[in-house]
Every structure is written in C-alpha cells, then in structure tokens.
Design a protein around this ligand. Structure first.
Ligand code: PLP
Length: 398
C-alpha cells in the first residue's frame, strides 16, 4: 500500500507549480504571427515585465532558460579580457562565474560559501580596484542552492561611485520578493519564466538600464543575443529573434495578470508568510538532535537573509525522507544542491502558485516522514507552522 496517490505536490525550487489558468491560456494552436493582435499582446507583456521588475528602462526577451539569460546578458556586457566580480553565496553564483569565465571574461569571485554576502567585503574589494578595471559586479538576489539572500540596496551602496554595473540574477526571487530595479540602481536584471513567474520553462528575460545600454557593443557580440534589437523592437519577430514562442506569450500574459490581480505587495507578503511558517517548522524540528548530536538546521541563520521562495537545510536522513515523501505523501522535495553532505540535505520550495493548504500539507507530510523513519527531530513543527499562518499579524509582513 502507498498513500502517495492523488495530485502530487512538486516542491522543488523550479520549475514551480503551473496554474491551470496559465496552462489553459497556452492550450491553443499557433495563431497568425503576423497579425496585429498577437503583437499587441506581446507589447503589453513587455510592459508587464517592466512593472514586475520595477523599471521604466529596457527589457529583452529570449527563448531559453536561466542559463540562456546568463549568456545573453554576458554577450551584451563583456568583451574578452574584461574583468568582472561575481559575489557567490552558493552553487548558482559559482556556476554563473564559471559560465562567464568560459565566455572569455576575467572573473574574480568574492565567495561567501553558502552564506549571504557581506556588503563591507564588497566595498573593500572594490577599493582595491583603483584603476576601475572591474566593469560589472554580479550577484544572485537569491542563490537557490543555499537559499541565501543578497541585500541588493546594501550591495549597491557598498559600490559607492565605482563605475561597475550592478548585474542581478533574480531567477529565484522575481515575483516572490520585492525588486525595484530602478530605485535600487540595478543595471542589469536576469530572470526566467518557470519560478516566481509561474509559467512553463522556456523563456527568459534581461532587463537593462540606459547606463548599461550606453556601454555599447562588445567583441563577444552575437546577433541572436543582441539586447538592443529586442528591447527596441516594433515587429514581433524582432522581440524574440525569430518566431515568437506564442503559446508562452499567452501563458506569461495570464501569469502576469494573476500576479497583478493579487497585487505584487500581496504576492510578496504571501511568500513571506509561507516562508516564516516553513522556518517555524524547521526551528521546532531542530530543537532536538539525535544521539550522535546530528540535528536539523536551516542553512541560513539570519531570518532577514533567508529566501522567501526556498529553504535549504541540513536534515540527517534527508535522502530517506525524500524517498518516503515521494512514496507515501506524493510530495517531491529538492535535493541539497551544492551542500557539503548532499545525502543529509534538502530544499523545500515555497515559490509561485502556492497557498496555505498546499504548503502546510508539505510541512505536515515532512513531519510524518520524520516520525515514520524515526529521524532525529523536535516536536511541534506543524503546530508552529500553523500558528504563523493563524496568528501572525498580516500587516507587519508586507
Ligand atoms: C534556477 C536558477 C538558475 C538556472 O536557471 P535554469 O532555467 O535552470 O537555466 C540560475 N540562477 C538562479 C538563481 C536560479 O534559481
């Protein structure tokens, strides 16, 4: 017998659950891509994407996943031999640095391990760059592997009057937590369709400031990645570098409509609340360790620097727990990507199209699995999560 039958809950940090409304919006044959109607839908989508990022500047859409967006941004940003500084707080930051290095860029890494970045260390590092050779500072707002969050305004402030552009990967945070690209002084922002944007994988976006646009062409330039054509497009094919991914344009339009109807502030508050419920559960589980002293612990100690979209944690017996959850609860959790001991680490996603019932189901199922497998854990986790949902004052979470 298995109790895992029924609608599965895939709580991995991307792709996130796709709303039925988004799937339904995509379920259509390709229309005439030369007709005015689709062009208008696409133009409105670009406006919506700018509102989502908090910018009045430029957005270039691409067919591709988050890695394609990295390459697209790099092709527009760097000539061979340029110097960049990547601030890394986990697997994604380090992997972004490798990608950029492979494109011929001289990349320095300010590596914080799996911990959130310290703005003071950025200020120190840039103060050593007296001749201003670093042309870009790159950072993940949320490193999805460690669930560490970078304080973007603090990092921008630490850059002072250094001329480098600030490039932010918001693939795991846009649509989950605040982003005010213009207000925060972000020059280049990167995201993709399948996490906070609640759509299927396959499209990605690079927003860029006028300051970034003025840097002009690089010798890594490749016409397909040129953000100028896409951001200044008038014809549909120019936006997408060829045939538009029409079904995705309709799906994304529906997803953005859902986010705007709920209201971005409310969307962020919902993510904050579900994140806090998750942390309350982890705090309770971690209160009691095993005989060998091993205990459950979230990766990021400081709640202010924890992601609202995913929680990475050390969980003794994580592999067995994930297998139990999949078999007996229909719940799939993420693996401990980049963790020191992956068999005893996992990630719980709480991003995108998610509500109380689904998420308490995940946390309660985890508790059941820990009990069934006799894994070391403290009691009261479900009650602690329930209390965050039931009792916390909504207004203070906005
Ligand atoms: C998911 C993710 C990526 C990679 O995106 P893909 O769509 O898998 O290529 C890069 N950076 C961050 C922060 C992510 O969360």
């Amino acid at each position: 017998m298995s109790l895992g039958t029924g609608r599965p809950i895939v709580a991995i940090p991307g792709p996130s659950p796709t709303p039925e409304r988004v799937l339904a919006a995509m379920h259509r044959p390709s229309p005439d891509i030369y007709a005015a109607e689709l062009g208008e839908v696409n133009r409105k989508l670009m406006d919506g994407l700018k509102r989502l990022a908090g910018t009045r500047a430029n957005v270039a859409p691409y067919i591709g996943n988050g890695h394609a967006a990295w390459q697209a941004a790099n092709a527009n940003l760097f000539s061979r031999g340029d110097r960049a500084l990547v601030i890394a707080s986990g697997h994604f930051g380090r992997s972004w640095a490798e990608y950029t290095r492979a494109q011929g860029v001289d990349v320095d890494v300010l590596d914080f391990g799996e911990a959130p970045p310290d703005a003071n260390r950025l200020a120190d590092r840039l103060s050593q760059d007296r001749d201003g050779r670093i042309t870009a500072v790159m950072v993940c707002q949320t490193d999805t592997a460690s669930s560490a969050v970078a304080d973007i305004p603090a990092l921008r402030a630490a850059m002072g009057d250094h001329p480098a552009l600030l490039v932010v990967d918001a693939i795991a945070s846009l649509g989950c937590s605040p982003m005010f690209m213009d207000e925060w002084g972000v020059d280049v922002l990167i995201s993709a369709s399948q996490k906070g944007l609640m759509s299927v994988p396959g499209t990605c976006f690079v927003w860029f400031s006028d300051r970034a646009a003025r840097r002009g062409r690089t010798d890594n330039f490749a016409p397909y990645w040129d953000w100028t054509i896409r951001a200044n497009a008038t014809e549909l094919w120019q936006f997408w570098g060829g045939t538009a991914p029409v079904q995705q344009v309709f799906g994304l339009t529906e997803a953005l409509a859902m986010l705007e109807k709920e209201g971005l502030e409310a969307v962020w508050a919902r993510h904050a609340r579900l994140a806090r419920a998750t942390w309350a559960a982890f705090d309770a589980w971690g209160a009691k360790g095993g005989a060998d002293g091993a205990r459950i612990a979230m990766n990021v100690a400081d709640p202010d620097r924890r992601a609202h979209s995913v929680t990475a944690a050390r969980v003794p017996g994580a592999d067995a727990l994930r297998a139990w959850l999949s078999r007996e609860a229909g719940v799939v959790l993420g693996v401990g990507l980049g963790a020191a001991d992956p068999a005893n680490a996992l990630r719980v996603a709480h991003m995108g199209h998610l509500n109380t019932a689904t998420h308490l189901g995940v946390l309660a199922s985890m508790d059941a699995g820990m009990q069934a497998l006799d894994l070391p854990h403290g009691p009261g986790a479900v009650e602690a999560a329930v209390q965050v949902i039931a009792l916390e004052n909504v207004s203070k979470l906005a």
